[in-house]
Design a protein around this ligand. Structure first.
Ligand code: MLT
Length: 404
C-alpha cells in the first residue's frame, strides 16, 4: 500500500488550523486573556429568523410519515435550485436553467473537489496571495511540481500587490485553469465588469477555464462590480462559479453553497456540467432538507431584509476598522466591497511578527498575509465578522500599540 505522497509536499497544516493552534496555546498559557478574534472569516451574527423558522418547520415535517425525507437529491432540491436561479441570476439579467446549479455543503468543498474532473496535466494559474484551498488541493492532485522559495514550480502565479492595484495580470502565455476570487479573499479588493470581461475574452480565446469564487459577492457596494461572472457576456462558455450562503446569510455552521456549471461549457467536446454531475452523484450525498429549506428562506422577503441587516452590520465593522486604522496612519485596502481589510504591516514587520505582536501585546487575532502566499508578506488581514463593540475595541488596541 502506498500513500498519496503529494500530501507530504504540503509542509504546513491548513493556514487557519495553524493559527487556531497558536491562539489555543496562547490562551492556555494566559487563561484570563481577553482575546478578540478577527482572524478566520467566520460570522458571529445568528442565523436570520426567517431561516431558523423555516428550519424548525422542516424539522417538524420530519416527525410525520408524509413529511419525512430520506436522502436528499445529490444536486439539491428543486425548490432551492429554482429560488437561487430566480434571485441570484434571473434578477440580474442572467439566464440559467436550474440544472446548471449544484447545491452543496460549501464553496470550500466545491473549490477543492472540482479538480477531480480535470486532467493532472493542466497548467494552473493562481493569484498570489490567495485562498490556500486553490493551491493545496492542486498540490494534493499532483499538479504543482516542487516548492521553490514559497512558489510551486508548475503553477503560473499572478502577484496581486499594491503596485498593480491588487489585480492579477492576464497571463502572457496559455494557461488552462485560472482561479479568480472577487471580491477577493484575502485582499478585500474587487474587479469591475470591464476588467473581468478581459479575463473572459482571454479564457475563450485560449480554451482556458475560469474557476470563479464569488463567495463574498453579497458585500459588493460598487455599481460597476459584477455579482456573478455570468453577468459578463461569453462567460458561460469558459467559467464555473462558486457561491455560498456562509458569508451571505450566516451558514458557516449550517453549511450550504452552490456551484454553477453552464451547459455551454465544454472542453474536448464534453459538457463539464455532466462531469461535475457525475462526480457529485458518486461522492456527495447532498445537503439536508432542513438546511436547504433554511437556505430557501434567505430569498423570502423577510429573509432578504434580515440578511441585508446582518451584512450592513459587518459592512459597518469594515468601515470602523478601515477608518480607524487609516486615521492612525496605517495603509489599508479592501473593506468596501468585501468583509476583509488588508493592511500593510507597520515598521517593516513581517506578517507573522505582526501577528505575534498583536496576539501577545493586545490579544487581537488576525491573519498573517504571508499565509496566503509570498506576495502577502508584509500584509495582514482583519475580518469584519466580529461583534461591533469588540471590533471597535480591537481597533483601539491595535492603534494603542503604535501610538507612541
Ligand atoms: C477565511 O477566513 O479565509 C475563510 O473563512 C475561509 C473559508 O471560507 O473557508
Amino acid at each position: 500500500m502506498k500513500i498519496n505522497e503529494n500530501f507530504l509536499k504540503i509542509q504546513n497544516n491548513y493556514l487557519f488550523s495553524d493559527i487556531a493552534k497558536k491562539v489555543a496555546a496562547y490562551k492556555e498559557a494566559n487563561p484570563s486573556a481577553d482575546l478578540i478574534r478577527l482572524g478566520i472569516g467566520d460570522v458571529t451574527r445568528p442565523l436570520p429568523e426567517a431561516v431558523t423558522e423555516a428550519m424548525k418547520k422542516a424539522v417538524e415535517e420530519q416527525e410525520t410519515v408524509e413529511g419525512f425525507r430520506g436522502y436528499p437529491p445529490e444536486y439539491g432540491y428543486d425548490f432551492l435550485r429554482s429560488a437561487i436561479n430566480r434571485n441570484d441570476y434571473a434578477a440580474r439579467g442572467v439566464s440559467l436553467s436550474d440544472d446548471e446549479i449544484f447545491v452543496s455543503d460549501g464553496a470550500k468543498s466545491d473549490c477543492g473537489n472540482i479538480g477531480d474532473i480535470f486532467s493532472v496535466d493542466n497548467l494552473v494559474a493562481v493569484c498570489d496571495p490567495l485562498y490556500p484551498v486553490y493551491v493545496d488541493t492542486n498540490v494534493m492532485a499532483d499538479r504543482s511540481g516542487v516548492l521553490q522559495n514559497g512558489l510551486w514550480s508548475n503553477f503560473h502565479y499572478m502577484p496581486c500587490t499594491a503596485e498593480n492595484g491588487f489585480l492579477p495580470q492576464i497571463p502572457d502565455k496559455k494557461v488552462d485553469i485560472i482561479y479568480l476570487c472577487f471580491p477577493n479573499n484575502p485582499t478585500g479588493m474587487s474587479i469591475t465588469k470591464e476588467e473581468l470581461a478581459k479575463w473572459v475574452a482571454y479564457a475563450n480565446a485560449n480554451d482556458s477555464l475560469i474557476l470563479y469564487d464569488a463567495a463574498y459577492e453579497a458585500y459588493i457596494t460598487s455599481e460597476d462590480v459584477p455579482h456573478s461572472i455570468f453577468e459578463i457576456e461569453g462567460a458561460k462558455s469558459c467559467a464555473i462559479e462558486f457561491k455560498s450562503f456562509s458569508k451571505t446569510a450566516g451558514f458557516t455552521g449550517a453549511r450550504c453553497a452552490y456551484t454553477v456549471v453552464p451547459h455551454e461549457l465544454k472542453r474536448g467536446g464534453v459538457e463539464l456540467n455532466a462531469l461535475w454531475g457525475r462526480r457529485q452523484a458518486t461522492k456527495f450525498n447532498g445537503v439536508s432538507y432542513i438546511t436547504q429549506r433554511g437556505a430557501e428562506a434567505v430569498y423570502s422577503e423577510q429573509g432578504k431584509q434580515q440578511v441585508r441587516a446582518n451584512i450592513a452590520y459587518y459592512q459597518n465593522n469594515a468601515k470602523v476598522i478601515a477608518d480607524g486604522l487609516r486615521k492612525a496612519g496605517f495603509t489599508v485596502y479592501g473593506g468596501v466591497d468585501s468583509p476583509y481589510i488588508w493592511l500593510r504591516t507597520p515598521d517593516d514587520l513581517t506578517s507573522w511578527e505582526f501577528f505575534d505582536l498583536l496576539l501577545h501585546k493586545v490579544q487581537v487575532v488576525g491573519t498573517p498575509g504571508s499565509g496566503f502566499g509570498p506576495s502577502g508578506e508584509g500584509y495582514f488581514r482583519l475580518t469584519s465578522f466580529g461583534d461591533s463593540e469588540k471590533t471597535r475595541e480591537a481597533v483601539a488596541r491595535i492603534v494603542s500599540v503604535f501610538s507612541d
